[in-house]
Design a protein around this ligand. Structure first.
Ligand code: BGP
Length: 479
């Protein structure tokens, strides 16, 4: 029925990926402080806040905040991990909520209850032979750091992050081998509040503020890499890019150049994290746009001496661009990045272009550019699922999407690309980062929860649950 997949190395890390604020709930339990995402409600309002355009980001009466309960993993992690184990997961990607460990972000001492929660989660995973893959910061910053310091605009954030990361390495060094510093670090330029706790004030030069904040995150990432290598010998720490190659709409060299520039707008982060220095094209961009990054004398060395071990990335869709104003009118929103509609691709319910071949292209592109192992840490199809009377979900559309991407991943491996593993996004339905909705589901496991927070939170196996179990059991050669 589906293409036969081959080529996966024996120790390939199959699994699923999540983020604390979209999964855990219990937003004020166990001493946790407020994080930025806890202040983002569902609805139209959400995108404005995520973009960092609002001068006020205080919770408002009558609005619904999906992160507050999310899918209650905080209390149900044992049940959920048992389901992951039933599917045969080799790894599980999760993030640590910064404000569980340092509720204010600048506290003198870490919060014991927060540290213990993740100890328990890691122990449960290891009990089932599931390797934890940890994102240190996935779209959440303690609110206190935003209110007092202005989030990543401020260089002081580097010290707070370094202390937070070191605390994690020391505490979990016997349990966690795979780490990533910032989720989709390039999203800082597109969703400043969600990505970096940045609220843009009137009159501020947006580009100047964002690239300065990016510099702070890059230095913080370098220092975390350094600390990780010192504290946990043998650990691997990576960066994490929202990837998805940009195609030119036509062979017009102007379109081809524009596509390259749009790619570089994301790659510049990874060029620095992976190669250790600002690339020439970024320096030129800064010069021509009057952007002046304040740097300390030690920054260049921090970047150069602490490059990442692997390139983690998310891939949902490719993008397409044009210089023709007529063509540009036909644009869609694909995973926050705008994209010209690609006439060769079908789109998901949310308008994201479905492009399995684009995954192979992206893998090859990243491999050729960096020559480091890759880790596909997010991919999947967000869709509206229907729970049937016989208590299952027939999500063949999801199986089709995933299978076609796995076939291209296998091709990439045969092309010579080293891929450490694959974690599909949201193996259990969770809150959508973009819209805050529950109805945009990615999981193999259905969660009975609705957009307005109603539902029993019951977990139900979908058809894709059994399919993914087979994929893993056969190491990608299931048919
Ligand atoms: C990525 C984020 C995830 C995740 C995913 C899907 O950008 O790293 O947190 O949510 O996108 O996006 P959405 O939830 O908006 O469908």
């Amino acid at each position: 029925m589906y293409e036969k997949l081959t080529a996966f190395p024996e120790d390939f890390l199959w699994g699923g990926a999540t983020a604390a604020n979209q999964l855990e709930g219990a937003y004020l339990e166990g001493g946790k402080g407020l994080t930025t995402v806890d202040l983002i409600p569902i609805g139209d309002h959400r995108l404005n806040i995520a973009l960092g355009n609002l001068d006020s980001y205080k919770p408002k009466e009558g609005e619904f905040y999906p992160s507050h309960e999310a899918i209650d993993f905080y209390h149900r992690y044992k049940e959920d991990i048992a389901l992951f184990a039933e599917m045969g997961f080799k790894c599980f990607r999760l993030s640590i909520a910064w404000a569980r460990i340092f509720p204010n972000g600048d506290d003198a001492e870490p919060n014991d209850a927060g540290l213990k929660f993740y100890d328990d989660v890691f122990d449960e995973l290891l009990k089932h032979n599931i390797e934890p893959v940890v994102t240190i910061c996935h779209f959440d910053v303690p609110v206190h750091l935003v209110e007092i310091y202005g989030g990543w605009k401020n260089r002081k954030m580097i010290g707070f992050f370094e202390k937070y990361a070191k605390t994690l390495f020391i505490r979990y060094k016997g349990k966690v081998k795979y780490w990533m510093t910032f989720n989709e670090i390039n999203m800082l330029l597109h969703l400043p509040y969600i990505g970096a706790g940045i609220v843009l004030q009137e009159g501020e030069d947006k580009q100047q503020v964002l690239y300065q904040a990016a510099h702070h995150e890059l230095i913080a990432s370098g220092l975390a890499v350094k600390a990780c290598h010192e504290i946990i010998p043998g650990a691997q720490i990576g960066c994490m890019l929202a990837a998805g190659t940009v195609y030119p709409y036509s062979p017009n060299p102007e379109d081809v150049w524009k596509a390259m520039e749009e790619d570089r707008n994301s790659f510049f982060f990874i060029d620095i994290q992976s190669k250790g220095a600002y690339p020439g094209y970024t320096k030129r961009f800064f010069r021509e746009n009057g952007i002046q990054i304040e740097m300390k004398p030690e920054d260049a060395d921090i970047l150069m001496q602490n490059t990442v071990d692997f390139i983690g990335f998310s891939y949902y869709a490719s993008r397409c661009t044009s210089t023709d104003p007529e063509i540009l009118k036909n644009s869609t929103e694909g995973n926050v990045f705008g994209s010209v509609k690609n006439p060769y691709l079908q789109v998901s319910e949310w308008g994201w272009g479905i492009d399995p071949k684009g995954l192979r292209i992206t893998c090859n592109q990243l491999h050729d550019r960096y020559g480091k192992p890759l880790f596909i840490v997010e991919n999947g199809l967000g869709a509206t699922d229907v729970l049937l009377e016989n208590d299952t979900v027939d999500d063949d559309y999801r199986i089709k999407y995933l299978n076609s991407h796995f076939a291209e991943m296998a091709e990439a491996i045969q092309d010579g690309v080293e891929i450490l593993g694959y974690t599909s996004w949201g193996p259990i339905d969770l809150v959508s980062a973009g819209s805050g909705e529950m109805k945009k589901r990615y999981g193999y496991i259905y969660v009975d929860r609705n957009n307005d927070g109603t539902g029993s939170l019951r977990r139900v196996r979908k058809s894709s649950f059994h399919w993914y179990k087979d994929v893993i059991a056969n190491n990608g050669a299931q048919y």
